[in-house]
Design a protein around this ligand. Structure first.
Ligand SMILES: C[S@@+](CC[C@H](N)C(=O)[O-])C[C@H]1O[C@@H](n2cnc3c(N)ncnc32)[C@H](O)[C@@H]1O
Length: 234
C-alpha cells in the first residue's frame, strides 16, 4: 500500500519525541542483533525505516543490507551510513534483484501490516529465493485480528514509562488521534493475521515457521515468527 510508504516518507509524528525514536531503534537493533548467528552473516533488514542504531547490527554481522521503499528515508540512510563499510542501502526493487541463496538472515519487522496480502506474498517469494539454505527469516510485530488499538496505546505508555518520556507520549497520543496516521489507519487500515494464518503463509512459500517467545520491539501483544526453508528431502 503506497499510501503507507508515503506516510513514512513524510514528516510524521509516529515517534512522540527524539528520545522515543532513539530508544525504539536501539531496541529494534538489539533484538535484530540477537538473531545474528555468526559474525560473518549477511543480514537484510527489509523495510528498515530510519534504522538509527543499525551500526549495532552491523557490528554483529559481516554485511548488513538496509532496504527501504520510502525514497526520502533511503536518502537519509545513505547519508547516515556512508562511513560504515559494512552497511549497504537498497530499494525493495534492488532486493528483488539480489542473488539467489545469498542472505543468512532476513528481518522484516513491523512491515507486514502496511502491505496488501499480495505484496506480502511477493515479499515472501523474494525472501524464499534470496535466503541461503541454512538461512533464517524473522517476521516481527504482526498484529493479531483480536487485538485492538487500545493495546498499542498501552504498550506505548509502558515503553514511555520505562524510558522517561511519558509526558511526551501522552501529548503524542493526542496529536496522533488527530493526525494523518489515525486517518490512514481508519481509512486504509492495517493488515492483521492470526498465528495460524502466518504459519499457513510460511507453508505456502516453502518455509517452516513458528512463533518466537518474544516480539521484536516494545509491544508484547504483537507477534514475531522465525522461519527456515522447509525440509523437502525424500
Ligand atoms: C513502522 S515502520 C518499521 C521500520 C522498521 N522495520 C522498524 O521496525 O522500526 C514501517 C516501514 O514499512 C515500510 N512500508 C510501508 N508500506 C509498505 C509497503 N506497502 N511495502 C513495503 N514496505 C512498506 C515503511 O516505508 C517503513 O519503513
Amino acid at each position: 500500500m503506497d499510501e503507507w510508504i508515503d506516510y513514512y516518507d513524510s514528516t510524521h509524528t509516529i515517534y512522540v519525541s527524539k528520545l522515543h525514536r532513539d530508544r525504539h531503534f536501539a531496541l529494534i537493533a538489539r533484538d535484530i542483533a540477537g538473531y545474528v548467528s555468526s559474525p560473518d552473516a549477511v543480514v537484510l533488514d527489509y523495510a528498515c525505516g530510519e534504522a538509527l542504531s543499525a551500526g549495532r547490527v552491523a557490528d554483529a554481522c559481516g554485511l548488513l543490507y538496509l532496504a527501504e521503499p520510502a525514497p526520502g528515508v533511503r536518502g537519509r540512510l545513505i547519508a547516515r551510513f556512508a562511513p560504515n563499510t559494512k552497511i549497504r542501502v537498497r530499494s525493495l526493487e534492488d532486493v528483488r534483484k539480489m542473488a539467489e541463496n545469498s542472505v543468512d538472515l532476513v528481518v522484516m519487522n513491523s512491515v507486514a501490516q502496511y502491505m496488501t496480502p499480495d505484496e506480502l506474498d511477493a515479499a515472501f517469494a523474494t525472501v524464499k529465493r534470496i535466503l541461503k539454505p541454512s538461512g533464517r527469516f524473522v517476521l516481527g510485530d504482526i498484529l493479531r485480528p483480536e487485538v485492538g488499538m487500545f493495546r498499542d496505546v498501552l504498550a506505548l505508555l509502558q515503553f514511555a514509562m520505562k524510558n522517561g518520556f511519558l509526558k511526551d507520549a501522552l501529548v503524542g497520543l493526542i496529536s496522533t488521534a488527530l493526525s494523518d496516521y489515525r486517518e490512514l489507519r481508519t481509512r486504509v487500515g492495517l493488515q492483521r493475521y492470526s498465528e495460524d494464518e502466518i504459519k499457513a503463509k510460511f507453508a505456502k512459500f516453502g518455509f517452516s515457521g513458528s512463533r518466537a517467545l518474544h516480539n521484536i520491539g516494545h509491544n508484547p501483544w504483537r507477534m514475531t515468527f522465525e522461519a527456515r526453508h522447509a525440509f523437502t528431502g525424500t
